[in-house]
Design a protein around this ligand. Structure first.
Ligand SMILES: [Mn+2]
Length: 332
């Protein structure tokens, strides 16, 4: 239960009192009781808000690793009409700095504050596919929807906004990244881009455009966001271009302070064994043409491109590609 770790990390790093609102789209009674048993510290409050997500977003398309739960964040401003500004955090986030810094950022009249999805630049084909999927203008900086600063009052004042969400969903049913693509389209050129230290999705230098920006994000990191399956600290067995072990020790430090530590450890041990299994499978990827000529399947990059190579050298076939002129090709 990642949300428990996220909440522990937030209270450990801020001096301000925090009101947590846990959007409950179907948590089990057992997990809820374990979360409620946690000591979040004096002055901090926790409230569960139940949402019947399947009913609210029954027409929304879900696939791959995009679950319907992700769309819950679209309704945040209407869940508690008395709140004018909220910080939204994914459950796969930990705070390493003070959440109040983020909460207090000047949105300069924009309805939303968010950070560039730098990890998308590191994954071949990802950013193009996401952009094509909702027809984003090239000038729009594509943001990650896992950490948001929401001006709830502005969202509520915009009477057409909920309708626009549904229209975008209808217009682009094959979009790539669920709520994230939808929000990027809904707030195209209409959000405040905030410093990357508020959403460190990757520590890899290659994802940042300069040494300075990389250094600033690392040195002043306020939130570390463990995006994707292979970047989760308990999923240490997998490798990816965005993978980096920085802040993993922090995750374990806070996980230890929750009732879910044994569950995380069990996952960790299971996942440590997976590369051994995958290594064994990889050996079987050599096939023999006419039963004689060996053709190796060599994986290039982390996601997307795979090539067959004759004698392991000459490329003879390529699968998975992204074109960006309206014609989207992506083989899973
Ligand atoms: Mn996330």
């Amino acid at each position: 239960m990642l949300a428990a770790v996220m909440m522990r990390s937030v209270v450990a790093n801020t001096k301000s009192p925090v009101d947590f609102y846990f959007i409950d789209t179907g948590i089990s009674a057992d997990k809820r009781a374990r979360i409620e048993s946690m000591d979040l510290g004096a002055g901090n409050k926790l409230e569960f808000i139940h949402m019947d997500i399947a009913e609210k977003f029954s027409d929304f398309k879900t696939w791959e690793n995009v679950s319907i739960t992700g769309f819950a964040r679209l309704l945040i401003p209407w869940l508690r009409p008395e709140l004018d500004r909220v910080v939204y955090l994914d459950c796969d986030v930990i705070a390493t700095g003070d959440v109040a810094d983020f909460y207090g950022e000047d949105l300069e009249g924009n309805p939303l504050g968010a950070m560039e999805a730098l990890e998308m630049n590191c994954l071949p084909g990802y950013i193009d596919r996401a952009r094509c999927g909702v027809d984003l203008s090239p000038e729009h900086v594509y943001f990650n929807s896992g950490i948001l600063l929401i001006d709830c009052a502005m969202w509520r004042a915009d009477k057409t906004l909920p309708e626009r969400f549904f229209e975008i969903e209808k217009q682009y049913p094959d979009k790539f990244c669920g709520d994230q693509d939808l929000l990027n389209k809904a707030f195209e050129h209409n959000y405040k881009q905030l410093p990357q230290k508020y959403n460190v999705t990757t520590c890899a230098r290659t994802c940042y455009d300069s040494d300075e920006n990389h250094w600033n994000a690392m040195k002043h990191m306020v939130f570390r966001h463990f995006v994707g399956g292979f970047d989760k600290p308990y999923n240490i067995g997998f490798n990816g271009s965005t993978k980096d072990f920085r802040s993993h020790h922090k995750f374990w430090e806070y996980a230890f302070q929750t009732p879910f530590y044994p569950d995380f450890m069990a996952n960790f041990i299971l996942n440590v064994q997976k590369p051994l299994l995958l290594g064994a499978m990889r050996k079987k990827r050599i096939v023999y043409l006419f039963g004689v000529i060996p053709i190796g399947l060599i994986k290039i990059g982390n996601i997307g491109t795979s090539q067959f190579r004759l004698f392991g050298i000459l490329p003879i076939w390529q699968t998975r590609n992204v074109k960006c002129d309206g014609d989207l090709i992506w083989e899973k």
